[in-house]
Design a protein around this ligand. Structure first.
Ligand SMILES: C[S@@+](CC[C@H](N)C(=O)[O-])C[C@H]1O[C@@H](n2cnc3c(N)ncnc32)[C@H](O)[C@@H]1O
Length: 249
């Protein structure tokens, strides 16, 4: 899994049609949610920040953000992206299953966005991560999880998920994933077909990972088991379903 994201790091922004715009938009959307649910929040922890899509967006809105991820390469790039935008936030490498030992308590909001939790392949591991996220929260603080809506995804083999075409620095990239389900799990290969528009040379980069297609209903149950209250799914505020829960005051 770490290899997958280390390999993906230089291309990560290409997953979005305009990553920079997504940084701003996702920051605004999460900030609006935070202001509605936990209005006085200032201190945010992102436990799966990747290259910083949400963490940088939130820091640019004035939140004090600590951000970590398992992938050292993503953290290295996130630091550079933050620097390029004059965004001040701290980055470190950490497995979210160890978030409390690493970050300690006192956060107003703890976040794991864009389908990171389903990289943990058992309910036990997801529960462990959620317990760590809860422990990092101050009393009355909020947990935000955003995930794919797996109940709406077709199951099967050889499923193609197109991501589109991007053009950058004289290169054209065709992006797509191929999914192969086995029960509740699926193996994915993320293909980047890169064409040099000047020479027409083509090369293909393929990265492989595995996901647990856990339902949002089961994730909400695990959030409750982890000690979060008022757990529920919120739709229409982010590009994915958002699950929220609050640590008792
Ligand atoms: C789809 S990416 C989302 C990254 C980021 N939130 C974004 O939207 O750009 C999933 C992220 O989860 C991270 N991840 C997976 N398992 C993790 C773990 N056990 N602890 C911390 N991060 C993890 C990966 O390294 C990757 O950066």
């Amino acid at each position: 899994m770490t290899d997958f994201y280390d390999q993906l790091t230089p291309f990560y922004h290409l997953v979005y049609p305009d990553w920079n715009a997504s940084v701003h938009r996702q920051g605004e959307q999460l900030s609006a949610l935070i202001k509605t649910e936990w209005p006085s929040s200032k201190k945010i922890l992102d436990v799966s920040c990747g290259i910083g899509t949400q963490a940088i967006g939130l820091a640019m809105l004035g939140y004090f953000v600590s951000a970590s991820d398992l992938s050292a390469k993503e953290i290295e790039r996130a630091k550079q992206e933050a620097h390029d935008r004059n965004a001040e936030l701290s980055f470190s490498i950490c497995d979210m299953r160890n978030a409390y030992a690493h970050h300690g308590p006192g956060f107003d909001v703890v976040l794991s966005a864009d389908n990171s939790l389903p990289h943990l392949l058992t309910d036990e591991d997801i529960l462990l991560a959620l317990g760590q996220m809860r422990a990092c929260l101050s009393a009355g603080g909020g947990c935000i999880i955003t995930v794919r809506d797996y109940e709406r995804e077709e199951r099967g083999k050889n499923l193609i998920k197109p991501y589109g075409v991007r053009v950058e620095n004289g290169h054209r990239y065709l992006l797509f994933q191929v999914w192969d389900f086995d029960g509740e799990y699926y193996d994915l290969t993320f293909f980047f077909v890169e064409e040099n528009l000047a020479t027409q040379e083509v090369k293909t980069i393929a990265m492989r990972s595995k996901y647990y297609a856990i339902s949002t209903r089961r994730l909400c149950e695990l959030m409750q088991q982890a000690g979060l209250q008022n757990v529920r799914r919120v739709d229409g505020v982010f590009f994915q379903p958002v699950l929220v829960g609050t640590r008792a005051a």
